[in-house]
Design a protein around this ligand. Structure first.
Ligand code: GDP
Ligand code: MG
Length: 240
């Protein structure tokens, strides 16, 4: 059992899965990986099972029966991780948008510099996004500004999906009460940690669009985020 677990949700990532797993393990021998696959038709999970022979006791797989969204995949992974003794729990995509070489930077922000939650952030110093169409960069950037205004959180990249949580952050949140599934999930996790006054630090990273496989972004996920943020903020006002 290691100190760090990197949770990677997958849906049809057969072209990325082997290289992302190897790149993550390459960073440190203290890392385990949990893949949460939603029964991908391209048999991503089968490939993971094969790789488990190469990485026994370090590579774990949870398969859900159908595609149920990124948010619930992470909640599943968080609960799994809290049942073990990991101290640092990561969220990371399978598609190399999050550079594995940045993992230890996020880890150090928590383990050495005292953050409770560190975010691989695209918008600390300008806009560090490579290969996204201009429209998508603009949308993501404006979304982050919008969320910042509505929630009052002092975070530049609120929809970032490259995150390191100290164990106690996830222990203190009511994971069953996390509602959203797409980008709003990322915002909600940060907002709940912010309300509990955890120390959140942004680590500048460069985000590169996937070169293999397809994005699962949908318009439903975007509208969930736009309206979800307002209702989330309103609820927090009535609760406090
Ligand atoms: N388990 C699971 N993983 C998902 C789901 N939707 C997306 N993912 C994974 O979540 C990560 C981010 O998704 P991606 O399609 O790259 O979204 P984008 O970067 O916003 O375009 C990738 O590793 C996907 O394979 C889902 O419904 N279930
Ligand atoms: Mg992606």
């Amino acid at each position: 059992m290691q100190d760090i677990v990197v949770i990677i949700p997958t849906y049809n990532e057969i072209e990325n899965i082997e290289s992302i797993i190897k790149s993550v393990f390459y960073q440190s021998e203290h890392i385990d990986i949990l893949i949460v696959d939603d029964n991908s038709p391209d048999l991503t999970a089968l490939k993971v099972k094969e790789l488990q022979n190469e990485f026994p006791k370090r590579l774990f797989l949870e398969v859900r029966q159908e595609k149920s969204g990124l948010g619930t995949a992470y909640i599943h992974g968080f609960k799994w991780s809290l049942n073990k003794s990991y101290q640092y729990i990561f969220e990371m995509d399978a598609d190399f948008s999050h550079n594995p070489d940045d993992i230890m930077k996020l880890y150090n922000a928590c383990a050495i510099d005292g953050a409770d939650l560190s975010i691989g952030s695209r918008y600390v110093t300008g806009v560090n996004v490579v290969n996204w169409p201009m429209g998508r960069v603009l949308m993501s950037y404006l979304a982050s500004k919008y969320v910042r205004i509505i929630t009052g959180m002092n975070i530049n990249d609120t929809t970032a999906g490259f995150v390191c949580y100290k164990r106690r952050v996830l222990e203190s949140l009511d994971l069953n009460a996390i509602k959203f599934i797409g980008y709003a999930f990322q915002i909600e996790m940060k907002f709940k940690a912010y309300l509990k006054k955890f120390r959140i630090v942004e680590v500048p990273v460069i985000f590169t669009d996937r070169t293999k496989g397809e994005s699962k972004l949908s318009t439903g996920i975007i509208s969930e985020a736009v309206f979800g943020v307002i209702s989330m903020k309103l609820k927090s006002l009535f609760k406090s």
